[in-house]
Design a protein. Sequence first.
Length: 338
Amino acid sequence: MTETDELRKKAAERRAARLGELIRTRFERQADFITLINGNQGEVSALSTVPPKKSFGAIKARKIEQQAGLLPNSLDEEVGSPFYQHEINPANSASNETQIRSSFPEGVDTIDPSSLTPNQRLKAALVPLGVSAEEVASVAKTGVDVASLWMAGEGPEPTLLEAVALQNTYGVNSVWLLKGKGEPGIAVRYNDEFRPRDVVGNKLIPVVGMAQLGDNGHWSDLEYPVGHGAGYVDFPSRDKNAYALQCEGDSMSPRIEAGEFVIVEPNTPVKPGKNVMLRSKDGRVMVKKFLYNAAGRTYLVSINKAHPPISFADDEIEKMHFIRAIVDGDSWIPDIPT
């Protein structure tokens, strides 16, 4: 076996050990992790066995990291290293600037960003997010070959339209990206209101409540008077207690758009990787993606990446309900048909 082959073998074994550690310490069941990454049991078992029974190269590792919301390159780290951003900063206060600066080449983190090229700044901004060249190409409406060069800090400089598209999706300041001026991250990406309205029932679901988006990205309930509502949602839910939220504004964009309805099923089990509606005992209500539960805490990530991950002690949660679907405004009707 050549020296290169030996290095590849050791790297594959390290990734397998790290994957096994992730599943063992962050998930109650292997099936929960499989659900999170939309994988299959045979492949995950083969990849997390030491030595791995299936090839575990860097490309596969990066894909799993992206699917599971892990830190970039975390499967190549030593056992015991953090897997998620919130495990580096438990206070959930990490900013875009911190992530971006951590990706600068060694010795460059204190350099004036204007001394770097736009492509070097683009690399610094996007690499920590774990996005692929294909995703970047789709967002910027450019070729995958160009996006691949960008991710390496090379190639043609992005145009203003491309920079704005990257800003809208990933939260990196387009002025900082192109000119090296200002802060890397955007403090406020969406500043309009998001006003969901509670809905209760089965296939025809009457509106019976309202919620208002707060400055911290949470909702505070505002009840409708008894007997008052605002129409119905037509959706084939099997949960007799299903309810919905009608969304206004773009604070949950791009996952949830204005005028769409979120269908919530309180009787359906919640699984890792799925969107949920969570109400904490202090009155906060939010839509998040359930990540995992460990050591008496529930960890969630935001649909809108402008908001950091968040966690709750289990006894701080009043309820957490499964979101079945997001449907468009055509599902709404003003009155029960006669």
